[in-house]
Write a protein that binds this ligand. Sequence first.
Ligand SMILES: Nc1ncnc2c1ncn2[C@@H]1O[C@H](COP(=O)(O)OP(=O)(O)O)[C@@H](O)[C@H]1O
Ligand SMILES: [Mg+2]
Length: 250
Amino acid sequence: MTTALFTASGISQRYAGRAVLDDIGFVLRPGEMLALLGPSGAGKTTLFRCLAGLQAPDAGRARLDGTDVLALRGRERRRIGLVFQQFNLVGRLSALDNVLAGRLGHVPAWRGMLRMFSREDVALAQHCLDRVGLADHAAQRADTLSGGQQQRVAIARALAQQPDLIIADEPVASLDPGSGTGVLELLKAICHADRVAVICSLHQPDYARRYADRVLGLRAGRIVVDVPAADLAHAQLQALYDDAIMETTQ
Ligand SMILES: Nc1ncnc2c1ncn2[C@@H]1O[C@H](COP(=O)(O)OP(=O)(O)O)[C@@H](O)[C@H]1O
Ligand SMILES: [Mg+2]
């Protein structure tokens, strides 16, 4: 069995005395795509912030190759790429410049500020845009791209970091179904071809079944489902969402 790339153990977080995350633990291997399902308020974004090292949980640890994510500095930080629901691009910059931003951890700060990237960095950024199918849009301002294209630029930016792990928080929630499945197909292809691990929160169980290798179900801050995607049962989904109306894509 392949060694673990990423390990979360005992992650707990309380806000105002209320447990928002309660003893979260799981292991992720290189090239594994994990879907995180759970209703709004389940704690998905809080968990992702802890996994990415953006916030220190009250208890527990997330480790990438044995290193606490909170201790990742500089270049090491690039090993985790982030993708957000709202893309988080700089609208007035070109697609290529947004992707180059993924290289910023790689160059000394003064060079980054002058935007003097090396020829290799520019070539890598162009290659990443090519991989997400946007080679022809490199010079286009990000805010003139469609939502699906913007999310592809965000994925190219994450790719340009040459990450070991991509954490995507509801990456298709702002997209129409066609663009959404395109983005998930892309994440799955990157995951399997580059052996990058992907953790992706979704609202559609059907997407989780179709694209993920494994599904974690989060409810009220606890993991209540942890199964291979192919084994995800209707009863487990009901337990996760109760009587809430599930979004389906069929
Ligand atoms: N900084 C914060 N301070 C207080 N409560 C928070 C904070 N961040 C999130 N919460 C609460 O934690 C719970 C989980 O939120 P969140 O992680 O955003 O869930 P999800 O992403 O699954 O919708 C919610 O009840 C939310 O209001
Ligand atoms: Mg959220």
